[in-house]
Design a protein. Structure first.
Length: 369
């Protein structure tokens, strides 16, 4: 029998292929990047076996499980497991705790398909615990620098150029503001945390011990930052990114209009523009109370006309009007107040080139280069 997997660090550092044998309902609550769900039992079968276990005990539940997964059903699932194992000879499999389900799949692969395939000791729970510990250790042991600045200054543009950045919005698939929803959905909170932890693990393995993160609220869309990380970010030194109003308008136009529209139309060629328009108007409506009735109505009218013009002739020029108004009247006063409140934490402020140079030098000093 193949040696079971106990080195969880190696699994994630090397992106080892994994087969998740849990039921789909368990898998969709949270899993790991790139993992394939090939369950031993469907949700309904798992529910029936669980009820049997409660009412009649383990032995009766095992008998029922073997009855439900037998004959043609067993053959089809075994074929899928064997196909995965042959395509990924360096991979492994797991269930929730590394117990009976993964043992059965492992045994059937060995006895019926002649494939000796390792399973993860402790299963999903051990893998998930390892990643939570990875994040907690990083927060306790590493230095954090928080990148802040007015809306549209290009904080993400800076982060993607740094080797020691943690892109929270990238992992959450959300731009972080009221307008931040993408055309594609967000991961579950567990998936978000797992992606972030694996990113941290790989960067620390390369010797990185100081991380740069964007200044975020506790939630990025529907994804909540791990509490220890969020709390540490609230007292970490800050770097403030600056840019002109015109440049910020153009960047927001690129990210929230041109690129978001392209995302929607790529996903749905027929109705993409209508869905994009609906999303943009919904995003404005989300801050209606904070804008106030008159200002909201004025901006909504401009946005509606801009969308109509874009649909008619492809021009995005009119979008600049509501973007600039929203920055001047809503976002900038809010961020100016925040900057004043956090002034004591700001270690450096400058434009993109200056901030990049500062952050890179800061990273070199930490690594002793």
């Amino acid at each position: 029998m193949a040696h079971d997997v106990t080195d969880l660090r190696e699994v994630f550092l090397n992106d080892r292929p994994m087969m998740d044998t849990r039921a789909p309902i368990e898998f969709h609550k949270g899993a790991f990047p790139g993992v394939v769900n090939l369950p031993l039992m469907t949700d309904h079968e798992r529910e029936r076996v669980g009820t049997c276990y409660k009412q009649q005990g383990q032995q009766a539940a095992v008998v029922l499980g073997h009855q439900l997964v037998s004959g043609k059903v067993k053959a089809e699932r075994l074929q899928a497991w064997a196909d995965f194992a042959r395509a990924n000879p360096e991979g492994c499999l797991y269930c929730f705790r590394g117990g009976m389900r993964s043992q059965i799949v492992q045994q059937w692969l060995k006895h019926d398909a002649g494939i000796d395939y390792p399973r993860v000791t402790g299963g999903y729970k051990a893998l998930r615990t390892f990643l939570i510990q990875t994040l907690d250790e990083a927060v306790a042991q590493c230095d954090l620098l928080v990148l802040a600045g007015m809306t549209g200054t290009g904080k993400t543009d800076v982060l993607v150029q740094l080797d020691n950045a943690l892109d929270l919005e990238g992992h959450a698939n959300h731009r972080g503001s009221s307008f931040g929803k993408r055309a594609t959905g967000q991961p579950s909170n567990i998936d978000f945390e797992n992606r972030l932890a694996i990113d941290v693990l790989k960067k620390r393995d390369k010797g990185i011990e100081r991380f740069v993160l964007e200044d975020e609220s506790r939630t990025v869309g529907s994804c909540a930052l791990p509490l220890p990380l969020y709390q540490t970010m609230q007292t970490a030194p800050m770097v403030w990114l600056e840019d002109s109003l015109n440049s910020r308008v153009e960047r927001i136009l690129r990210d929230y209009v041109i690129e978001l529209c392209a995302e929607f139309t790529a996903k749905n060629a027929e109705h993409g523009f209508a869905l994009f328009s609906q999303r943009l108007l919904e995003s404005l409506a989300n801050i209606q109370k904070r804008l106030g009735g008159e200002r909201f109505q004025r901006l909504q009218d401009v946005m509606t006309r801009a969308l109509q013009e874009q649909e008619r002739c492809g021009s995005v020029d009119m979008h600049r009007v509501w973007i600039e108004a929203l920055l001047r009247e809503y976002y900038d006063p809010m961020y100016a107040f925040q900057r004043e409140k956090k002034a004591g934490r700001i270690a450096f402020a400058g434009d993109q080139a200056a901030v990049l140079a500062y952050l890179r030098e800061n990273a070199r000093q930490k690594e002793g280069r």
